[in-house]
Write a protein that binds this ligand. Sequence first.
Ligand code: UDP
Length: 493
Amino acid sequence: NSDPNPAHIILIPFMAQGHMIPMVDVARLLASSGALVTFITTPVNAARIRPSIDSIENSQRLPVRFVQLPFHSADVGLPAGCENVDLISSPDLFKPFMKALSLFGEQVKLYLTATNPTADCIIFDSMNSWVGAVAESLNIPHIIFHGPSCFYILCAHLLKKHQVLKRIDDDYKLFKVPELPEPVEVMKAQVMSLKDRPEWEKESEEIYKTEKSACGVVMNTFEELEKSSLDKFRKEIGKKVWPIGPLSLANKDLDSKAMRGKASSIDTGLLLSWLDSKAPNSVMFVSFGSLSRNPISQLVQIGQGLESASSSELSFIWVVKEAENSEEVENWLSEFEERTKGMGMVIRGWAPQAMILGHVALGGFMTHCGWNSTFEAIAAGVVMATWPRFGDQFVNERLVVDVLRIGVAVGAKVPIFYVDEMSGEGLVKGEEVRKVVEKVMTIDEEGEERRKRAKELREKARKAMEEGGSSFENLKRVIQFAKGEKKAIGMKL
Ligand code: UDP
């Protein structure tokens, strides 16, 4: 931090928890490596992540400026305060949300025009493709942050390059993704993304366009984990690609782990003493990220599976989100908790996930395969039960189960939109949940091998983030790039 003339880097995250959280980690890493960081968001998001940012600004005295600009929800017909994807109560509101986001772009432009010191570089989430045009109009070098795994981003590029989805009629037939260095099979239904959102095609076109104008790409992965995908992706786009993860490892102290994304809904002292009372590798953590919601019929099946798998030797922590927890669910849950007392814990709301995954009592993680969750498990050396819901998650499942071989599939074949709650079609039954929990937690020869591979990856992940490691060095390169641009701009003036 002794640099008298630090690079000033602007961060613009997409407003969804799975996108804000890694960007806060990027802020922490850049600021602790000598950059001056400005983090731009809206009031509602600011209130949520204020504790994380405070822990960067105050306890560590790192140079992160936190800027809140107004989000004009009402102008586009959004309920007041609807400033994050997880606050969108109906899919119909996603379109106005994206519209409000592009209006937000005008605020950002005004801010960037006036900010002092001037911005040397912008790092922005690929879902905010509007930043590309703003940055170009102000002549500011910009770098895209792709939140998903490189494996998924590469898959998406190759599917587009070969026009695969246009050629395939059968949504449920398995096919191989062409040119993928580690060949895996997927279904069209699994990769065509959001079934109910035809705008997605246009939005993804915008992302590709912005990727072309950007100076490079930053990713939350590390060289040794996804080497063949990264090499191939670099060739495909012909740009610098800097993997700087696992970003979750930027949170070293307990406070920053407890505050990640949002304040924990459970007393962390209580949680830690509960975990401390359990044997190593004996707890299954069950959580499906910030967005996907289980209907009550699915919650009941999950509960039945966990109840029948648990014993004095096998316990669970299960996160039931606020958006899932109706009065009916609550009635069912309180009886469930009575029956499973001592063997399980239900967290209602927001769990301190990074803290839980890092505890020695953890033996497995049932996850929806969002990339942050998946990668947090990899960084913590935890094996997984994979249960993808939509988006990039089915492809991440293939990476975990087929390529890295550190997970067991629960067996969900199609996105959550295809589940028919009335008929029960597409629901995963309690019996299947029980089987997969037992399989992941059992330490037979296969289970042992899986755990060994997971622990090896954890060590590689740690090394990548340490001084001299691949991600550590890449982060320095990003800062050098921003400084180089600073000099170039200075010379032009
Ligand atoms: N998360 C958390 N507590 C929760 C739910 C989620 O800390 O109760 C964090 C999780 O650790 C991860 C992020 O929220 O960092 C979720 O991102 P992911 O990509 O896994 O899934 P998404 O929410 O985008 O579907």
